[in-house]
Design a protein around this ligand. Structure first.
Ligand code: P5A
Length: 434
C-alpha cells in the first residue's frame, strides 16, 4: 500500500476514551474506528492483521482435521427454545423480529445451530467422530463493552464443535484441540497457559481457558515456570500416534496454573518454580457431553443398532480480541511491535526525500519487489514524522531510503523489535528480511 493513498489515519494525540495500551494504539495506528458502543469498523491495516490471525487459526484447525464451514450470524429463536437456552441467556442476547413477526437472534455462539445441522444429516456411528468450525461474527450485548476490541459487543470468533460416540472419544477430541490451540498461540509469538475454568453459560464439566501473558492483562495468574520452556511448533506434534498424543497431553497439563494462588496448595507442591503474572483470556474450550444433543434429539445408530446420543465439545478463539491482546503483549512507548506472523506488512519503506529521483526510484523498485507486502511511506512529510508513524504502526522492519545512502546503493534496515540498525546493499534487502 502507498501511504499517501491509504485510509491509514494515524493520530498523534492519545484518544481520551482509551484506557489501556492496546486500545490507544489501535486507534492511534489507524487500525479500527468505533461505529457504535462496542462495535468497530476494521480499517485496511487492522483488517490485514485480523486476516493474518484468522489464517493461522485456520491452518492449525485444518491440520488436525477440523472442517471449515460457515454458519449465518442470524439464528431462529426456535432452536434456542429446543436447547432450553433462549430464556436463560438473558439480556446479553440481541433479539430480533422479521417482517412476519418471526423471532430471530444475532448469534452469540453456535452450539444449537451446529447440533441442528448435524442431526439433519448424520445418522450412523460410521460417520463419527467429526469436528467442524467456522470464523464468524458474534454479538453479545455486554453490560460494559470496554477496552476496544478486547470486550466488544460485535466480535469475531473461531468456534469449533466436536461430535464423538462416547466420553473417551470426546476427551481425545478435546486434547487434540488443546494442542492445536497451543500451536496457534505460539505461532502468534505469545505464551498461552491453559487453565481449568468454569464453564458458565456454555455448560459442561470440563473446560479450559487459554490465557496469554501480558503485563497489562486483566487478570492475575499463577503458573508453573515449566510453561515458558514448552515448544508446540507445528510439525512437532502432527501425525503422532494416540500414544504420543497422550504423552504430550500429560506433559502439557501436568504443570499447574490458576487464577487464585491458594486454589489448591497440594498441586502447587509439585511445582518446581512458581511464577506470577498477568494475562488475557484469548480462548476457551468446553466438553459438555450431551447437554445439547440430548434435548435437541440428536442420535445416531450405534454399532449394535441402538440409538447413541453423541458427546459434544465446543472450542472458541477470540480472533478480534487477539488483535488487542497481541498488542498488550508486544508494544513499547513508541507504539506496536508486531510479531512477524501477524504484522499487516512485512516492512515499511520510508522515503526520506520524496521527489528526489534516486530515492523515488529505489523506493519504487523495492515496493514492487515486496508485491503488496510492504507499506510505502510516500507522503510529503518530514523524516521525523515518518519514523514516528512507522514505530507507531509496528512494522517488523523499516527500510530507510535517504539521498546519501542512495548515492552509495545502500539503504538502512531497522528491526522494530530490537531497534537494531544496519546498512545493507540494495540487492540484499529482500534476502535479509526474508
Ligand atoms: C466456545 C466456542 C464460547 O462461546 N461456544 C463456541 C463457546 N466460549 S466463550 O468463552 O464464551 O468465547 C470464546 C472466546 O471468544 C472471545 N470473546 C470475546 N471477544 C471479544 N469481545 C467479547 N465480548 C468476547 N466474548 C468472548 C474470548 O477470547 C473467548 O475466549
Amino acid at each position: 500500500m502507498r501511504l499517501s493513498r491509504s485510509l491509514l489515519p494515524t493520530l498523534k494525540e492519545t484518544p481520551a476514551e482509551a484506557q489501556i495500551a492496546s486500545h490507544r494504539l489501535m486507534l492511534r495506528a489507524g487500525l479500527v474506528r468505533q461505529t457504535a458502543s462496542g462495535i468497530y469498523a476494521w480499517l485496511p491495516a487492522g483488517y490485514r492483521v485480523l486476516q493474518n490471525i484468522a489464517r493461522i487459526v485456520r491452518e492449525e484447525q485444518d491440520a488436525i482435521g477440523t472442517q471449515e464451514m460457515l454458519m449465518p450470524t442470524i439464528q431462529p429463536a426456535e432452536l434456542w427454545r429446543q436447547s432450553g437456552r433462549y430464556d436463560a441467556y438473558g439480556p446479553e442476547m440481541l433479539r430480533l423480529k422479521d417482517r412476519h413477526e418471526r423471532e430471530l437472534l444475532y448469534g452469540p455462539t453456535n452450539e444449537e445451530m451446529i447440533t441442528d445441522i448435524f442431526r439433519q444429516s448424520v445418522k450412523s456411528y460410521r460417520e463419527l467422530p467429526q469436528m467442524l468450525y467456522h470464523i464468524q461474527w458474534k454479538f453479545r450485548d455486554e453490560v460494559r463493552p470496554r477496552f476496544g476490541v478486547m470486550r466488544g459487543r460485535e466480535f469475531l470468533m473461531k468456534d469449533a464443535y466436536s461430535f464423538d460416540l462416547d466420553y473417551s472419544g470426546a476427551v481425545a477430541s478435546y486434547r487434540k484441540m488443546m494442542l492445536s490451540y497451543m500451536r496457534i498461540f505460539q505461532r502468534m509469538g505469545v505464551k498461552a497457559i491453559p487453565m481449568e475454568a468454569e464453564s458458565g453459560p456454555i455448560g459442561g464439566n470440563l473446560s479450559h481457558e487459554f490465557i496469554i501473558l501480558a503485563p497489562t492483562g486483566e487478570s492475575e495468574v499463577f503458573y508453573d515456570a515449566a510453561f515458558e520452556a514448552m515448544d508446540f511448533s507445528s510439525g512437532t506434534f502432527s501425525h503422532t500416534s494416540d500414544e504420543d498424543l497422550e504423552r504430550f497431553f500429560v506433559q502439557m497439563t501436568t504443570p499447574y496454573a490458576a487464577t487464585d494462588e491458594k486454589h489448591d496448595t497440594a498441586a502447587w507442591a509439585s511445582v518446581a518454580e512458581k511464577r506470577q503474572g498477568r494475562g488475557i483470556e484469548v480462548g476457551h474450550i468446553f466438553y459438555f457431553g450431551t447437554k445439547y444433543s440430548e434435548p435437541m434429539g440428536l442420535t445416531v445408530a450405534g454399532r449394535d443398532g441402538s440409538k447413541v446420543v453423541p458427546h459434544m465439545g465446543s472450542y472458541g478463539v477470540g480472533v478480534s480480541r487477539l488483535v488487542g491482546a497481541l498488542i498488550e503483549a508486544h508494544h513499547d512507548d513508541a507504539g506496536i511491535i508486531w510479531p512477524d506472523s501477524v504484522a499487516p506488512f512485512k516492512a515499511a519503506i520510508l522515503n526520506l526525500k520524496q521527489g528526489d529521483a534516486a530515492c523515488d526510484k529505489i523506493c519504487e523498485d523495492l515496493y514492487a519487489q515486496f508485491a503488496g507486502n510492504a507499506l510505502y511511506d510516500d507522503r510529503e512529510e518530514r523524516a521525523g514524522v515518518k519514523f514516528a508513524d512507522a514505530d507507531l504502526m509496528g512494522h517488523p522492519w523499516q527500510i530507510v531510503v535517504g539521498p546519501r545512502g542512495a548515492a552509495a546503493g545502500k539503504v538502512e534496515l531497522k528491526r522494530r523489535a530490537t531497534g537494531e540498525r544496519q546498512d545493507v546493499d540494495l540487492a540484499g534487502v529482500l534476502a535479509r528480511i526474508g
